[in-house]
Design a protein around this ligand. Structure first.
Ligand code: COA
Length: 259
């Protein structure tokens, strides 16, 4: 996460933390509302020397109460350490994610799909609708901000005047993250990521892609291009074992902090 991520989440979400007597903020947790339906819980961070004292649990309880008071379903993408905190609180696994890493990115076959073109502002309503069908909640504000922030990583595939897939991304502290990627099929998802990878403004930066583990062809393609599996995440919802939207067209998420 970089300043732009924190700025976006602080200005669109709600956050709580713990500080010590000297005013050092050593633990945080935030919720980012999506479409008055989902409270995306993020930035659950506890300073190493403060861990195992129940701080994350207390912050999470507060986030959940705030979300449920407003009628929002709490959701998050958990690291394995975080999952140990969330499972006893009633969160259920709904999707498995695999983080792929490449550094720096080299050697990529040129994508051939000529229907892939840069995303424009006029595409955003269609992009938001595609995203909403997979997320189960509107993330219009987030997608608009990603487009403004790094337009060079935003691509669409349009056939017969209909947008059937899109890809977005953002710059981070030490890497670019590519995602979300939503597409009707494997070929379109691969064309989109191929274009984003080839046109990155800083091609020598590390790249992260948090892919849906079940998108086998997409994950195999990433492996063939030299990406390595780095770690897993689990998408979890509180009190629900099924996703809110249809995850079938989802190939990569925006990142665990954004969903
Ligand atoms: C994960 C993290 C937030 C936990 O914070 P914390 O304040 O230590 O958590 P808590 O003290 O509330 O622990 C709650 C429970 O989870 C367990 N737990 C916490 N971290 C764990 C770990 N790494 N492995 C196994 N269990 C763990 C605790 O033992 C505790 O169980 P118990 O109630 O049976 O004793 C903290 O380790 C951290 O900041 N990690 C790095 C960032 C990260 O992964 N954040 C989560 C993003 S999803």
């Amino acid at each position: 996460q970089n300043t732009a991520d924190w700025t976006y989440i602080l200005s669109h979400g709600l956050g709580w933390g713990y500080e010590d007597d000297a005013g050092y903020l050593g633990a945080t947790a935030m919720i980012l509302p999506y479409g008055e339906r989902v409270a995306w819980i993020c930035m659950v961070l506890v300073t190493a020397s403060w861990r195992n004292r129940g701080i994350a649990t207390a912050l999470l309880r507060h986030c959940i109460a705030q979300a449920e008071d407003r009628g929002w379903v709490p959701g998050l993408d958990a690291t394995e350490a975080g999952r140990q905190v969330y499972l006893p609180m009633g969160f259920c696994d709904i999707l498995s994610l695999t983080r792929f890493k490449a550094e720096p990115f080299v050697g990529l076959e040129k994508p051939h799909d000529r229907t892939c073109r840069p995303m424009t502002k006029a595409d955003l309503p269609a992009v938001v609708r595609l995203d909403e069908a997979t997320a189960g909640a509107s993330r219009a504000g987030l997608l608009e901000s990603l487009h403004l922030r790094t337009p060079s990583l935003c691509w669409v595939v349009e056939r017969d005047g209909i947008i059937e897939g899109f890809c977005m991304g953002r710059d981070g502290c030490d890497a670019d993250q590519i995602g979300p990627i939503v597409s009707a099929n494997d070929e379109t998802a691969i064309a989109l990521i191929g274009h984003a990878l080839q046109t990155r403004p800083e091609p020598l930066r590390r790249i992260y892609i948090d892919a849906l583990t079940d998108q086998k062809a997409f994950c195999l393609w990433l492996g063939d291009q030299g990406f390595e599996k780095q770690r897993g995440f689990s998408r979890m919802l509180k009190g629900r074992s099924t996703p809110l939207g249809d995850p079938a067209p989802l190939f990569a998420i925006a990142g665990p902090e954004l969903g």
